[in-house]
Design a protein around this ligand. Structure first.
Ligand code: PLP
Length: 385
């Protein structure tokens, strides 16, 4: 049996994979079993922030593997503490809880918000999110996800979630009828179609949550760790959230999630209130340290510049209706169905994603201009054919 048949036989059928078996990667390139080259504009859905086989990340990971792979959270280790310190220093947040995925980071944030807001009464447990949001696949983060089709198969979901439209009237009217324990948003809805939230709305929401002592959680699972040309996307909006969740690019290729807590929330958890066997794993944290420590102002400015370059190459191209996004998180509305564009791009050696009806690009943050331009030209060719 070849690998495609073995996959069909032994892997649970949740993924409708493309017929490409990837063997190794180098920078912004990946190669299949026939040694065919693909420019990777997906980064494993925003994970491999510095591309494949990145020297610094690999060295950090291997050095840590050779020292200590895992000991549990019963003991102190260096990598998680050093990473937490770095994240706090770079964001002004105060404490970090580490987990293994974006969904788990959001679970932690929801728990933190509910625990904090319990002072407002037993009936204050509802988390407000936005319509069209995506927050994960666990039963609770599915409940947080404001897209009904994700809910259908798995009801009853965790109770205590309401979904606002992206405007303050909707937020306020929901808060009038239900006690709100927290509000969670993505500044750019990734899975929802690379929808950049309007700056006025985000700022007004931040003020409203402050005035009403409602925890504001920013889900930076997809937008975080340099993706938008700022360390975290909320920084583009000049707001100070209470809780920030992140994952994906933080790990650079290994599973990690983090829930960052601001001063007011720093001590919301006490001993035994939350936990994770693998959370703060030394290898994942050592790799993440090598990612975050390289996201300085010059690097982030270059991410922004490359985002502008991509937009300028795509704007007005035949078969391209519009381009949205920030930094290297880009959505393209194409005349052709997005799924068709993805398939054609694979045939021509470029990997891209979809997000609802758009083609989505999440290239490695350090992709060089030549490779980016080569890939965009292929996307343009596919769009105009
Ligand atoms: C905004 C956002 N939140 C949460 C998640 C869930 O992350 P994970 O798949 O690591 O659990 C995702 C995944 O795409 C995401 O985009």
């Amino acid at each position: 049996m070849d690998i495609f048949e073995l996959d069909k036989k032994y892997i649970a059928g949740t993924y409708n994979r493309f017929p490409v078996n990837l063997i190794y990667g180098l920078g912004s390139l990946v190669f299949d079993e026939m040694d065919r080259r693909y420019i990777d504009l997906t980064s494993g859905i925003g994970v491999t922030a510095f591309g494949h086989s990145d020297e610094e990340w690999t060295k950090a990971v291997i050095t840590q593997i050779n020292k200590l792979a895992h000991v549990s959270n019963l003991y102190y280790t260096n990598p998680d503490v050093k990473l937490a310190e770095l994240l706090c220093k770079k964001t002004g947040m105060n404490k970090v809880f580490f987990s293994n995925s974006g969904a788990e980071a959001n679970e932690c944030a929801i728990k933190a918000a509910r625990k904090y807001s319990a002072k407002k009464g037993e009936d204050c447990y509802t988390i407000m999110t936005l319509e069209n949001s995506f927050h994960g696949r666990t039963l609770t983060t599915l409940a947080a996800t404001g897209q009904e089709h994700y809910h259908e198969l798995y009801t009853p979901l965790t109770p205590g979630f309401v979904y606002a439209e992206t405007n303050m009237e909707s937020v306020k009217s929901l808060a009038e009828t239900t006690k709100i324990a927290g509000i969670m948003i993505e500044c750019i809805q990734g899975e929802g179609g690379v929808n950049v939230l309007p700056a006025d709305f985000v700022r007004e929401l931040a003020e409203y949550t402050k005035e009403n002592d409602i925890p504001l959680i920013i889900d930076e699972v997809q937008t975080g760790n340099g993706r938008t040309g700022q360390l975290y996307a909320y920084m583009n909006y000049k707001i100070s959230p209470d809780i920030v969740t992140t994952a994906k690019g933080l790990g650079g290729g290994l599973p990690i999630g983090a829930c960052l807590l601001s001063e007011k929330f720093a001590d919301v958890f006490g001993y035994g209130d939350h936990g994770s066997t693998f959370g703060g794993n030394p290898i994942a944290c050592a790799g993440a340290f090598s990612i975050i420590s390289r996201l300085d102002d010059d690097f982030l400015a270059d991410v922004k510049r490359k985002g502008v370059l991509v937009k300028s190459l795509l704007d007005g191209a035949k078969g391209v209706e519009s381009v949205c996004g920030m930094g290297l998180m880009i959505g393209i509305k194409t005349t052709k169905p997005a799924g068709e564009v993805v398939k054609k791009c694979i045939e021509k050696g470029v990997l891209v994603l979809t997000a609802k009806d758009k083609v989505r690009l999440l290239p490695p943050l350090n992709i060089n201009d030549d490779m980016l331009i080569e890939a965009i030209n292929i996307i343009k060719e596919v769009c105009r054919e």
